[in-house]
Design a protein around this ligand. Structure first.
Ligand SMILES: CC(C)(COP(=O)(O)OP(=O)(O)OC[C@H]1O[C@@H](n2cnc3c(N)ncnc32)[C@H](O)[C@@H]1O)[C@@H](O)C(=O)NCCC(=O)NCCS
Ligand SMILES: Nc1ncnc2c1ncn2[C@@H]1O[C@H](COP(=O)(O)OP(=O)(O)OP(=O)(O)O)[C@@H](O)[C@H]1O
Length: 197
């Protein structure tokens, strides 16, 4: 079965993934990691990104400077759409390949795809179920400030740029509330996993 995991920055997606891997032997696919891999020179998205955003985004060694790309691509919504239109189709194709590879070795594997942009990347149709990892905003901000040293202002800005709580809920079937202890989150995961047995 394929499970999609989505949610905003610092909501606890990675923490839930770690539990699924350790306790349920899940095979993990991280969409952002796939996206970054496909931006490397010689990979499927490299040339199109450089053509769209210019040689100014390159490092001296010709790799893409992700900070420069982010500054241009996230400067306005149209540029973001442009980047997503270039990257998402190949990300999806690569993820479909990864699923096939996992299933060739282990037909009954639990496969988990993690993406904040699960719906934008057209990854929801690949999933048998979708979980939204929810943490109340105040707790998220506190955790991100502590773990990543971001200012409160930067946390709020990032959250504001992402989809709203209502949007995430609308595209998911299950809500995991990670606002409390990790043990409480584990118990919710266990309840869900029991339903699939
Ligand atoms: C463009 C990339 C390389 C920039 O990486 P970098 O580590 O420098 O920055 P990071 O991701 O932390 O983002 C930098 C800043 O941009 C903002 N930002 C990130 N993503 C988005 C977005 N989609 N829309 C608006 N702002 C965004 C962040 O809030 C942050 O403040 C990176 O965001 C990336 O790889 N994006 C594509 C990922 C992808 O294809 N995922 C697959 C989804 S299906
Ligand atoms: N239930 C919890 N109790 C306390 N701390 C938690 C809990 N869940 C997650 N955290 C901590 O909060 C921070 C953010 O969690 P995590 O990295 O899992 O979020 P994320 O959704 O993967 O974020 P991003 O999308 O930015 O990668 C981490 O430092 C993590 O250890």
């Amino acid at each position: 079965m394929i499970l999609g995991i989505t949610g905003g920055v610092g909501a606890g997606k990675s923490s839930v993934l770690a539990i699924l891997e350790k306790e349920y032997n899940a095979k993990l696919i991280l969409a952002d990691e796939v996206g970054r891999e496909l931006m490397q020179p010689g990979e499927a998205n490299y040339v199109n990104i450089v053509n769209a955003f210019g040689k100014e985004i390159l490092n001296e060694d010709q790799t893409i400077d992700t900070k420069k790309l982010a500054a241009t691509a996230f400067s306005n919504p149209l540029e973001t759409l442009r980047l997503n239109a270039i990257t998402h189709p190949n990300v999806r194709v690569r993820i479909e390949w990864m699923i096939k590879e996992i299933r060739d070795k282990e037909p009954d594997a639990l496969i988990v795809i993690e993406a904040a942009l699960l719906s934008e990347g057209h990854l929801i149709p690949l999933c048998d179920d979708v979980w939204y990892i929810y943490t109340d905003e105040q707790t998220r901000i506190k955790r991100i400030m502590e773990s990543r040293g971001y200012s409160e202002e930067r946390c709020r800005q990032t959250i504001a740029r992402q989809k709203s709580d209502a949007q995430f809920r609308a595209e998911s079937r299950v809500v995991i509330d990670n606002s409390h202890s990790i043990e409480e989150t584990k118990a919710q995961i266990e309840r869900q996993m029991k339903k699939y047995r």
